[in-house]
Ligand binder design. Structure first.
Ligand code: NAD
Length: 477
């Protein structure tokens, strides 16, 4: 995707890291210790499929074990390679530190086109891959906990959890070996939507500060903002759906593998996604918009917000100068190369960086891991007690009103909402919202508070690296 002369994805992450550490005073050697990837395990395994043995190549990379378990998704894509997995593992370290989830960074990948195999075959492949990682403790509730990423989802995570349980029959915490499982298999409500939901919360928080929005030449909130989204997969679909249905944003273009669909009046994201589900994931023939065969060209459309939510390296030296969006939120990991980042910053574009923007996934994964370790669903103990206390208050208000002939009436809508105790989904969303707000505030404190910091990415790195450095220092390293 990147034009020649650009650093690789991992080098790009390293360069961004170094841009931040140049402004920090880390002790000698510590910068190098934090930056390098601790280990990458490559596995080649065979699975008998369709009458012959197919060999697959997979990776699990551990970037930093300053906290354990280490955490990071497993990606299924033909583009998976060691450089990519190591870049993504590094981003996980910084992401976890930024949103204060107590994990080190890791990432995994399998070189595979998941669409080439049927469900049963994918299960065989996934179980075999998991077996190879489990027996080396590269999947383990206390040491290394994967999650979904591009090309994987709840189904694959459920297979991995089951494989671990079969190989560790007496591990009472077996379910915590992987997150992103379906709720019936030990998952948590709100995990599937979490990364997209986090993008929504990040944007809401950004627009809460008029001076931040003004840096991108924007004002107001998300209502009426014109948005271009690349990738209508897990992250892009949820982000686009929530900001259009709940915040009034207008999605004027969606870019997918087979081109872009453009509609200036705004696309109905749910309708488009249903169409994709019925048409092998294709959007080209979608009737409610104009199809552009060159999807990447739609990244250059005039809009208020650009949400790259597909893959890395899509905004590069070859197209950065043509990008018109004044605000880009990196829902995908690494969508902007190091060189492109520089061009965009010089143009005054505000970039909400990946390590923050898509941290909703790992945040809710953390909640799921805690739920698995505590063996109880969130809200089970307190929900009805909370409702009981609210009911007491409502009844007392109504009693006082009638005793004093005040004629006060609580509106039925208020009563319904007030009397409803928080279930698991409400608690997950509340925890995610709090996390996204707190992390944004930590970044913006550096962004606004230091004369030598002019962008959110460097601010995010400074917050994260300082936290990782403190952990190392307290370990006596
Ligand atoms: P996904 O596989 O569910 O969706 C990716 C979408 O992008 C698909 O619809 C695919 O067709 C589309 N796509 C692929 N190549 C494209 C291209 N060249 N142009 C346009 N569209 C293209 O993956 P996902 O889980 O949504 O992940 C997307 C990005 O978000 C990745 O960078 C991933 O690392 C990152 N991410 C995902 C999560 C998560 O919880 N799933 C968490 C954090 C970060």
């Amino acid at each position: 995707m990147s034009v020649s002369g650009e650093p690789s994805f991992r080098e790009s992450v390293d360069l961004m890291f170094k841009r931040a550490t140049a402004l920090m005073d880390l002790g000698p050697g510590l910068e190098e210790k934090i930056r390098v990837c601790n280990s990458t395990y490559t596995v080649r395994f065979g699975v008998r499929l369709r009458g012959k043995i197919e060999t697959f190549v997979g990776y699990r990379s551990v970037h930093s074990e300053h906290m354990e378990p280490v955490k990071g998704g497993i990606r299924y894509s033909l583009g998976v390679n060691q450089d990519e997995v190591e870049a993504l593992a590094a981003l996980m370290t910084y992401k976890c530190a930024l949103v204060e989830t107590p994990f080190g960074g890791s990432k995994g990948g399998l070189c595979i086109d998941p669409r080439k195999w049927d469900e049963h075959e994918l299960e065989q492949i996934t179980r075999r891959f998991a077996y190879e990682l489990i027996k080396r403790d590269l999947i383990n509730p206390a040491q290394n906990v994967p999650a979904p990423d591009m090309g994987t989802g709840e189904r694959e995570m459920a297979w991995i959890a089951d494989q671990y349980a079969r190989m560790n029959t007496t591990d009472i915490n077996a379910k915590a070996c992987v997150t992103g499982k379906p709720p019936h298999a030990g998952g948590i409500q709100g995990r599937v939507e979490a990364t997209g939901r986090g993008v929504q919360y990040a944007l809401r928080e950004f627009f809460r500060y008029p001076e931040d929005a003004a840096k991108a030449g924007l004002s107001g909130d998300l209502d009426g903002k014109r948005v271009v989204v690349q990738g209508l997969g897990n992250v892009g679909y949820h982000a686009a759906k929530f900001i259009s249905e709940e915040d009034g944003a207008k999605i004027i273009a969606v870019i997918e593998r087979d081109g872009a669909i453009v509609n200036d009046a705004g696309l109905d994201i749910e309708d488009l996604r249903q169409w994709m589900n019925r048409h092998d994931g294709l959007i080209a023939a979608y009737p409610h918009g104009t199809h552009l065969a060159d999807g990447a060209a739609a990244l250059e459309l005039a809009c208020d917000i650009l949400i790259p939510a597909a893959m890395e390296g899509v905004i590069h030296l070859g197209n950065a100068a043509n990008i018109k969006a004044p605000l880009i939120i990196e829902a995908a990991n690494g969508p902007i190369t190091f060189g492109a980042d520089e061009i965009l910053r010089k143009k005054g574009c505000v970039i909400i960086p990946d390590m923050y923007a898509n941290a909703g996934g790992v945040t809710v994964s953390y909640f799921e891991w805690v739920k698995n370790l505590s063996h109880i669903r969130f809200g089970r103990m307190q929900r009805r007690a909370e409702e009981g206390r609210s009911r007491l208050l409502v009844e007392e208000l109504e009693r006082l009103s009638s005793a004093q002939n005040l004629g006060w009436q609580l509106t039925p809508d208020f009563k319904k909402k007030f009397l409803q105790g928080s279930d698991e989904l409400a608690l997950v969303r509340s925890g995610l919202d709090d996390t996204m707000r707190t992390a944004y505030q930590a970044m913006r404190e550096i962004w606004h508070g230091r004369a030598d910091v002019n962008d959110l990415r460097v601010a995010a790195y400074i917050v994260s690296i300082s936290r990782v450095a403190k952990t190392y220092q307290s370990k006596g390293l």
